[in-house]
Design a protein around this ligand. Structure first.
Ligand SMILES: CC(C)(COP(=O)(O)OP(=O)(O)OC[C@H]1O[C@@H](n2cnc3c(N)ncnc32)[C@H](O)[C@@H]1OP(=O)(O)O)[C@@H](O)C(=O)NCCC(=O)NCCS
Length: 165
């Protein structure tokens, strides 16, 4: 999209970004002594929503989570970091990528435990979709590749939605 489509201007990928850090407590653990997936999903939804709000400057609602891969388990007392940032801006919707890690406190080494893409929609005071006034630009090769993937995923979501599949 051209710059003039975004009355407030353009943000660089990474400007609209949110991070949270948690320690896994007993109430976060399931019957298999691992992190309860629903708890992580709640945290991911929160952080992704914050990243999306920082992009659009308003309120958002989660429309869809179409990728949510649990890659590794996490356990009691683990340190979990969730990072979310906007990878695509449509007319009223945004794709947010959220990566979750366990961090080894001794080495600070990160192990990815979850990878997710969420669609967040910018909404007005009545909860109706409203145009996002800020565009998004990639500034590194890695970001360009991620944003190109995000653009394709957004097209696929639209196609799926249109066809009801
Ligand atoms: C999300 C919501 C506001 C969309 O409203 P709508 O009337 O369907 O709006 P539209 O069809 O105009 O879609 C708005 C944008 O969202 C996108 N969108 C809507 N539903 C989507 C879905 N299921 N997957 C991906 N994108 C979606 C559209 O592609 C469009 O994007 P664009 O403007 O960037 O092109 C509405 O469905 C809603 O309020 N859902 C409930 C959200 C909620 O309560 N979330 C909390 C979960 S507990």
């Amino acid at each position: 999209m051209a710059d003039q489509d975004f009355p407030m201007g353009i943000k660089r990928v990474g400007e609209a970004r949110a991070v949270t850090t948690r320690i896994l407590r007993h109430e976060d653990i399931n019957g298999s002594n691992r992190l309860f997936g629903g708890r992580l999903m709640e945290w991911i939804d929160d952080v992704a929503g914050i990243a999306a709000r920082l992009q659009c400057g308003g309120n958002v609602t989660t429309a869809a989570i179409d990728t949510l891969e649990f890659k590794h388990p996490a356990y009691l007392n683990d340190i979990v970091v969730i990072e979310a940032w906007v990878t695509h801006v449509g007319r009223t919707s945004m794709e947010v990528r959220a990566d979750s890690y366990v961090v080894d406190p001794a080495t600070e080494e990160r192990t990815m435990i979850n990878h997710a893409y969420l669609t967040e929609v910018c909404v007005d005071d009545e909860g109706h979709p409203t145009p996002i006034p800020w565009g998004l630009v990639a500034t590194t090769e890695e970001q360009h590749a991620e944003c190109e993937g995000a653009r394709k995923r957004a097209e696929i979501r639209k196609m799926r939605r249109a066809e009801g599949i």
